[in-house]
Each structure stands twice: as structure tokens, then as C-alpha cells.
Design a protein. Sequence first.
Length: 299
Amino acid sequence: MSIVQKVFPTVQQWGRASVRSTAVFLQDVGHGLLEVSHNTLALLGLIAVALVVFVAGHSELRHTVEMQALGWLQARQVARTDPVDQLASDLKEPDAIARATATDPKELTRQQAAVAQWLARRYRVAPEPVSRLVTEAWQVGARVGLEPTLILAIMAVESSFNPFAQSAVGAQGLMQVMTRVHDDKYEAFGGNFAAFDPVTNLRVGVQVLKECITRTGSVEAGLRSYVGAANLTDDGGYAAKVLSEQSHLLAVAGGKLVAVNAPNVIMSAPHAAAEADSPTPPASEPPERKVDEQLASLH
């Protein structure tokens, strides 16, 4: 028997023994790792349960953890969001429409819609906010006994429908009410800043106008009082201008065609040529007189 024949069986036996040893070793290692993992997970689970129980018993700590978790989730969401989409999301405000002073012209009566569309073209403003003011003028006018076209004519002459207009003496808003003089009237609307809310300014202006007309006894005299010229022989053509604008509005409301650049009749000669060329005249303003007269309306 050769040496190779003698050695080969021994090598085979040694190889098989090594394989068995290795398999046993790996099996033991696997069982050990499994046992360690199982115990580790069990320990982590116990720790998690203990933390949950602990946090649940402390409302402030629970709230802090919840806020931190929410912040982390939001940060992750932001990181995955397109910057343009994120900006739109940050700026969105679905309830903002509640602040808008606007009404669909289609919701108005035929008479009101005609007036709103004519004013929108004449003063180059959007028909939706004008429609809201027309509706308000009709409603408030009916409550206080004033022609809505008179209210709208005053807004047109005083501010050309600019809700942020302000005169040199502090008359503000659509109807150029002296805010500091009539701050008591604005208290019912939350304060003086409400002067720049179109609807509020209209309502306060109507109160002042009604007081002026009641005190003087006629619309024309009331208009002179409103502008601060009750005790003067010349109001600068203010009353005539307002009444002329009202006549246009009455004609439009009655279904007649009136040019949007139709001039207002001005009684005061020095102003006539300028007003005939301008469909949107600047607000009338005899400054000191208006302050004095609106002060007088408080008494």
C-alpha cells in the first residue's frame, strides 16, 4: 500500500471533522446572536413601555414630546416639499375671502347692477367692490330715510371711491369723515382704524350726513353743512356737484343711458371748466370749515 493511499483517508476524516466543527461553531454563534437580539429587543421594549407610562403621567412632558415629534415630522415634510409649493402653503389663508368687500354684480337687482356698472366705468374701479357699496347704500339708505343715490354721489365726489383717501385735515375714507371728530361713532365698529373699512366708513358717513340734514332741514343745506359751509354763502359748488352726480345715478337707475364722462353741473364759476373735463374730480375740501362743521354735528 502506497503512502498516498494511507494518507488520503486521514485527510478526508480531518476535513469532515473540520466542517462539522465549523457548522457547530456557526450554529452556536447564530443562537447566541439571536438570544442577545431577543434580550436586547425585550429590554428596549421594557424601556419604551416605561417611558410611555412615565410620560403619560406628566401632561407637560407629554405635550413637549408631542410638539417635538410634530416639529420633526413637519421639518421632514418641508424638506421633501418643493420650495414653490411650500411658499404657497405658508402664505395660504382660506378664510381671507371674509375680509373682501365685494359682491357679485349678478346678485344685485337690475337697478342696482346698472348703477354699479356705471360707477365702475366712470371711476375706473372694479365692479365687485362697487357692487358691495351699492348694496350697502340701498340697505342703509332705506333704514335711515336717505336716497341711496345721494350716498353714492357723496362717495363719488368726496373720494372717487378710494377707501384709503385722506384730506389735508384728516378726513378719511370713502365719505371723507373726520375720524378724530367722530371717533365715538367708530367705537361701535372696533375703533378708528375701521374708518378704512369701506362699509364702516359708509355707515358712519351716513350717520353724519343724516345729522346734518336733520339739523339744517333740507338735503342741499345738509350737504353744505356736511362739507363745512353751512354758514357761508358759497360752498365751492359742492352741493350742486353732489346733486348733479345724484341726478346721473337716478337716470342710470331709471334705465336711461348716461355717458360715463358726463360732467357735473358746478355752480361756482371758477371750478366749472376744470370739472367739465374730469369724470373723477378730486375730493371737495374746504379744510377748516369741514372740521368745524363736523364738530358742530356732534352737538
